[in-house]
Design a protein around this ligand. Structure first.
Ligand SMILES: NC(=O)c1ccc[n+]([C@@H]2O[C@H](COP(=O)([O-])OP(=O)(O)OC[C@H]3O[C@@H](n4cnc5c(N)ncnc54)[C@H](O)[C@@H]3O)[C@@H](O)[C@H]2O)c1
Length: 439
């Protein structure tokens, strides 16, 4: 084993190791690019033919990866993609970056990890290292991925191959903390597995943080996202409480944020969105339920956060009411449907819930989003309004759901009949303004 390990680490050192990335989406594509930029030959594996074809043409489909950057790597022969898992026979190291959503019942959907492991297992070979990156509950790598690998290959972990978990922390749209400079936590099935995986990642990423096991690495990610989810639940409830007390929640938060220690600023909004914060903590509470423990903080924060779209509907009702209008038949323009500002990701966006609620009350709903031109999701089929200011003028109420920075908020306020501001996008302009209802 020592010999296999030393040989593999040497291949990482001299860049002769070939890398595979399974799942080339929001996480996998930037990671594949970073490995290729570090000098490795990289192949992405994905069943999605459109993504594979786009990557092979050097065309990016992820905002964080510029086409120019991708094309340079593809043209240099450092990066390619395929739908065929057999390509992994030629690689030394594989990162698995497949989705981990929830089922309709709210339980973890591990089918993508299961199918990726099953597809990869026949190509597992001696001297290979596998790192699972998908966010999941503690135990997944050891209890699910490892048995699949060992059963299909007749190889043994840490004798013939290495297996580890390393949570992805990428924050799409962020420029200061990227895949390269965000510290990367890595834990192996055994310490040796962790050591090999860390030796690989350290070649491409600035800081690697080794931990003692894959379970610690899995739990670290869930702590990070649960921390955010619970704090967002807290400020969402604070917004509801301030409303009852007739206080400006935004002013309260800004004042608290002047404390130089012991306080971290979170802001309320129309609900949680994205692939991580609303989902990952539920992986943890699900796992704990199987151990007869009820993760109460998670359940409570989840309850408050999932109430926020309905609370937003109430604010839209209040705004229309000021002009003696019912929701039924009123035109409501949703500004921003992405789950957060300046990105093109619609997954779990609270805008979808707000649209559903408005439609169920008979409102005529339209939307505008500079990054999402079509919504075809969850029985909602709509196109972004082509003429933003025309749509603002026509609407009985404009609801700012996602505060994209390219919007000219003063101009929107000026042209609108009523505005519901769920993100404090209008800042001081929205304060004590009869045309504005704030969260
Ligand atoms: N997007 C984020 O901001 C973010 C941040 C941190 C962690 N994560 C986690 O990373 C993981 C991946 O998320 P993502 O946002 O990249 O998802 P994504 O949907 O953008 O990409 C996943 C890719 O995996 C592919 N795929 C599905 N099944 C496959 C299979 N069997 N074999 C190979 N490829 C397969 C899909 O076609 C898709 O291209 C998830 O667990 C997520 O929770 C995401």
């Amino acid at each position: 084993m020592e010999e296999i390990k030393a040989k593999l680490i040497k291949k990482f050192d001299d860049r002769s190791a070939r890398i595979g990335v399974v799942g080339i989406g929001y996480v996998g594509l930037p990671l594949a690019v970073v490995f290729a930029e570090a000098g490795f030959d990289v192949i992405g594996i994905d069943p999605n033919e459109e993504k594979v074809s786009a990557l092979n043409q050097g065309i990016s489909y992820i905002l964080d990866v510029e086409t120019e950057r991708l094309k340079a790597l593809v043209d240099a022969g450092k990066l390619s993609a395929s739908t065929d898992y057999a390509e992994l026979l030629k690689v030394d190291a594989v990162s698995i970056c497949v989705p981990t959503p929830l089922r309709k019942t709210g339980d973890p959907d591990l089918s993508f990890i299961a199918s990726a492991s099953k597809s990869l297992a026949p190509y597992l070979h001696e001297g290979m290292v596998i790192v699972l990156e998908s966010s999941t509950y503690p135990g997944t790598t050891r209890e699910m991925v490892l048995p699949e690998m060992e059963a299909a290959s007749n190889l043994s972990v840490c004798k013939d191959f290495f297996l580890a978990f390393s949570p992805e922390r990428v924050d799409p749209g962020r420029e200061d903390w990227t895949t390269v400079n965000t510290p990367k936590v890595i834990g192996g099935i055994t310490p040796e597995c962790g050591e090999v995986a860390a030796a690989w990642y350290a070649q491409a990423l600035e800081t690697v943080v080794p931990v003692s096991s894959c379970e610690v690495a899995e739990m670290t990610k869930l702590l990070e996202n649960t921390f955010r989810m619970i704090n967002i639940g807290l400020v969402n409830e604070l917004a509801i409480m301030c409303d009852r007390l007739n206080l400006d929640v935004w002013e309260v938060i800004e004042a608290a944020a002047t404390k130089p220690f012991g306080f971290m600023k979170f802001t309320p909004g129309p609900g949680l969105g994205g692939h991580c914060i609303p989902i990952d903590p539920l992986y943890l509470s699900w796992k704990l339920r199987s151990l007869n423990y009820n993760a109460r903080f998670i359940e409570l924060a989840s309850e408050i956060n999932t109430y926020m779209p309905r609370y937003t509907l109430g604010k839209i009702q209040d705004a229309l009411n000021k002009n003696r209008k019912p929701v039924n038949g009123s035109r409501v323009l949703i500004l921003g449907v992405a789950y957060k500002p300046d990105i093109d990701d619609l997954r779990e966006s609270p805008a979808l819930d707000v649209i559903h609620l408005l439609q169920s009350k008979g409102a005529e709903v339209t939307y505008h989003d500079p990054y999402i031109t079509v919504v075809d999701h969850d029985n909602i089929r709509m196109q972004s309004e082509a003429d933003l200011m025309g749509a603002v003028r026509e609407a009985d109420c404009v609801a700012i759901i996602t505060n994209h920075s390219i919007y000219d908020y003063p101009a929107i306020l000026n042209a609108a009949h009523m505005v519901v501001d769920t993100r404090n996008a209008l800042g001081d302009l929205g304060k004590n303004n009869p045309k504005v209802v704030r969260l």
